[in-house]
Design a protein around this ligand. Structure first.
Ligand SMILES: *Cc1c(COP(=O)(O)O)cnc(C)c1O
Length: 419
């Protein structure tokens, strides 16, 4: 038999659920090109018809990191890579993968400040900052800031803000490892401005947002403005990277608010609420930021060109993180209903969370498709892998962080996992 007759049509192959993630992530054109290449191999007899799809999948997957669908209801799931990049940030990363003028002035043909266009975009986004700096992550931003300001001296730090960020890492150990003495002040639940007694060794005051826990009841903590008036520079770690206040997240401190209230330096992550690539941001007065930038450790936590490109593009528009956070519950319910109808699931209310060490205790009302818990493993192991959460003996697929164009992928994956 003529092998050409046996080759399924391109559209048939593209409809295979095993290619669904690739279509979403890489775009139809790229996947179609790969399918056509493999079809040619089938025509020469080098590849069997059954091997077409696995061959395309392996051609397209260039690393061991597998794109997954986050149906957990946690918008920023640290185990799933926190914030997904926006389309424009992905394009920026692809472009920056080549040779780029990251540290070169094309007009003069000489060295230029590294990542200047990303830093300019960040300065525009934070008009209250005298200057900004980008490093590898939030932990590095904090570490570098306190090292530059207080190595060999001490910081004052409230006992209510001694945070363990995750995986056993404590910010106190991080700061101490930089040779910075920590003088704890106040108590777990209440700390006042009068507790911050400036001593001869006090180089700065540190205020850390308790980003992953809530203390409620008889509590108090001085504001940024109160601490800024004490004398030594105030370093505020806001954690989540919210640049401006968001009414949806009333308890999340923003970078701009801390700057306006008089913080000398503000640090945060780039891949939490900012919705960008993993990075750490330091914003503050020009004098303090320049001390931080000139510290030798700055070179060890320098950010790469791909991150600079992604950050700049992130600052330019909306992000999937923002869309997921602000998703309309009615819309989520309509999507859940459609999926449930096609898969025999049930639509149930589901409380999403921000996750990733931001807005603890806040519930985001939404909707999920409830299925038998026996589908948990098959869906995780399928292509694309779908990660939901088991609640009261059932598997919930919460749509908040699922891109709407992946709904059909979800339907086909559930149908495939059922058989
Ligand atoms: C998340 C967080 C950090 C660490 O940031 P990474 O980007 O994960 O390194 C530090 N401080 C606070 C308050 C945080 O919430």
């Amino acid at each position: 038999m003529d092998p050409r007759r046996a080759v399924p049509s391109t559209d048939t192959t593209l409809a295979d659920p095993r290619l669904a993630t690739a279509l979403v992530v890489l775009g139809r054109e790229r996947v179609r090109d790969s399918v056509r290449e493999v079809q040619d191999l089938v025509r020469t007899g080098a590849v069997t018809v059954e091997a077409i799809v696995p061959r395309v999948v392996s051609q397209l997957s260039v690393s061991g990191l597998r794109p997954v669908i986050n149906a957990t209801g946690a918008v920023l799931h640290t185990n799933l890579g926190r914030a997904p990049l926006s389309d424009s940030a992905m394009l920026a990363v692809t472009a920056a993968a080549r040779h780029v003028d990251v540290e070169y002035d094309l007009t003069t043909g000489t060295r230029a400040p590294r990542g200047r266009s990303a830093l300019a975009a960040l300065r525009r986004a934070l008009p209250d900052a005298g200057d900004v700096l980008v490093v590898n992550n939030g932990a590095a931003a904090l570490m570098l800031s306190v090292t530059a300001l207080a190595a060999g001296q001490e910081v004052l730090w409230s006992r209510g803000e001694l945070v363990e960020i995750g995986d056993g890492f404590r910010l106190t150990d991080l700061v101490a490892s930089a040779g910075v003495g920590i003088r704890e002040v106040g108590t777990t639940n209440r700390t006042t401005r009068a507790d911050y007694v400036i001593g001869p060794d006090t180089a700065c005051i540190l205020k850390v947002h308790p980003s992953n826990f809530v203390i409620s009841g008889f509590t108090s903590a001085p504001s940024v403005a109160e601490l800024a008036g004490l004398g030594p520079p105030l370093v505020v770690d806001v954690g989540s990277g919210l640049l401006d206040p968001d009414p949806l997240l009333p308890d999340e401190p923003s970078v701009s608010h801390a700057l306006r209230a008089g913080a000398g330096l503000v640090t945060c992550s780039g891949d939490k609420l900012l919705g960008g690539p993993q990075c750490g941001i330091v914003a503050g007065t020009s004098e303090l930021v320049s001390r931080v930038r000139r510290h030798p450790l700055a070179r060890a936590v320098r950010v790469d060109k791909l991150t600079l490109a992604a950050l700049e593009a992130t600052l330019d528009g909306s992000t999937p993180t923002r869309v997921a956070l602000h998703a309309d519950p009615d819309d989520l319910r309509r999507r859940a209903t459609r999926i449930a109808e096609q898969t025999g699931g049930e639509v149930v209310p589901s409380a999403g969370v921000v996750g990733g060490g931001a807005a603890p205790g806040l519930e985001l009302p939404g909707w999920a498709v409830a299925l038998s818990a026996s589908l948990h493993a098959p869906l995780r192991l399928g292509e694309p892998p779908i990660v939901g959460r088991v609640h009261q003996g059932r598997l919930l697929l919460d749509l908040r962080a699922v891109p709407p164009d992946a709904d059909d992928v979800l339907v086909r994956a559930i149908q495939a996992a059922r058989v």
